[in-house]
Design a protein around this ligand. Structure first.
Ligand SMILES: Nc1ncnc2c1ncn2[C@@H]1O[C@H](COP(=O)(O)OP(=O)(O)O)[C@@H](O)[C@H]1O
Ligand SMILES: [Mg+2]
Length: 248
């Protein structure tokens, strides 16, 4: 498909608020995410990063605010509906089905799809395994993969529905450097080959600065700074609220 891309951002988040009891996990969070881009999401532990992904992904309804994907309101839609709209997700601890084969794992997101769509996507599943370098493991059970390889498998599975927006929660945490560079290469290639956009939570700030087109920093559930990555990491609120405070 060679459609002209519509103007404006892919994702617009406006005035989001989410509480857990007395804890304001997100307060008045607003930012935009460009098409075909990588945005890094940083901030200390407990600053609301995972909650933000969960709200975008429909796991939690926000008390206030809107999330618009290409002009379509996402709030109130369940994760399955969001997958159909082109939102995909990986988790802080890679979630794979360890008793299934590597290839079978890729079909999980397609189970509720029409048979014709499934057949059309079977070829793509093989292509995606090659894309992340796991093709030789296709028929092994996922439990035989290393932790890093499970992350690559989870990443390939996130692509199988052809998403426009991929949310990733700490994809590099505890990952061997070789797998990390494979994953970073795959993320960049996904932007150029498939035209997708990423919102990536990570504490690996230098890597994010290198790969991201934009950065958002949350501190205590609020946007401390957003914009060009180098400007964000030099921002005083980011330095005080995160970078000199450590991750904890
Ligand atoms: N399901 C939940 N129930 C209660 N409190 C939660 C829940 N999820 C997150 N929180 C709280 O919301 C705040 C933000 O958490 P989280 O989004 O996980 O932060 P981060 O991912 O930046 O470390 C924290 O104070 C956390 O304890
Ligand atoms: Mg988190």
């Amino acid at each position: 498909m060679n459609r002209t891309r519509p103007p404006g951002p892919l994702l617009s988040i406006s005035a989001l608020a989410k509480r857990f009891g007395g804890v304001a996990a997100l307060s008045d969070v607003s930012f935009e995410l460009a098409r075909t881009s990588i945005t890094g999401l940083i901030g200390p532990n407990g600053s609301g990063k995972t909650t933000l992904l969960n709200v975008i992904n429909g796991v939690y309804p926000p008390e206030r605010g809107t999330v618009m994907l290409d002009g379509v309101a996402l709030v109130g839609k369940p994760p399955s509906a969001l997958a159909a709209l082109g939102v995909s997700r990986t988790f802080q601890n890679a979630r794979v089905f360890s008793t299934l084969t590597v290839m079978q794992n890729l079909f999980i997101p397609l189970l509720h799809r029409a048979e014709s769509r499934r057949t059309a996507t079977a070829g793509k599943a093989g292509e995606l395994l090659g894309f992340v370098g796991l093709e030789q493991f296709a028929d092994q059970t996922a439990s035989e993969l290393s932790g890093g390889q499970k992350r690559l498998l989870e990443f390939a599975r996130a692509l199988v529905t052809g998403p426009r927006l991929i949310l990733m929660d700490e994809p590099f945490a505890g990952v061997h450097p070789a797998i990390k560079s494979t994953l970073i290469g795959c993320i960049k290639d996904t932007v150029t080959r498939y035209g997708a956009s990423f919102l990536i939570v990570s504490h690996e700030v230098p890597d994010l600065v290198e790969m991201a087109d934009a950065m958002v920093c949350l501190v205590e559930g609020r946007v401390a700074a957003a914009g060009e990555p180098n400007a964000v990491v030099r921002n005083e609120r980011v330095i005080e609220g995160y970078l000199t405070r450590g991750n904890q």
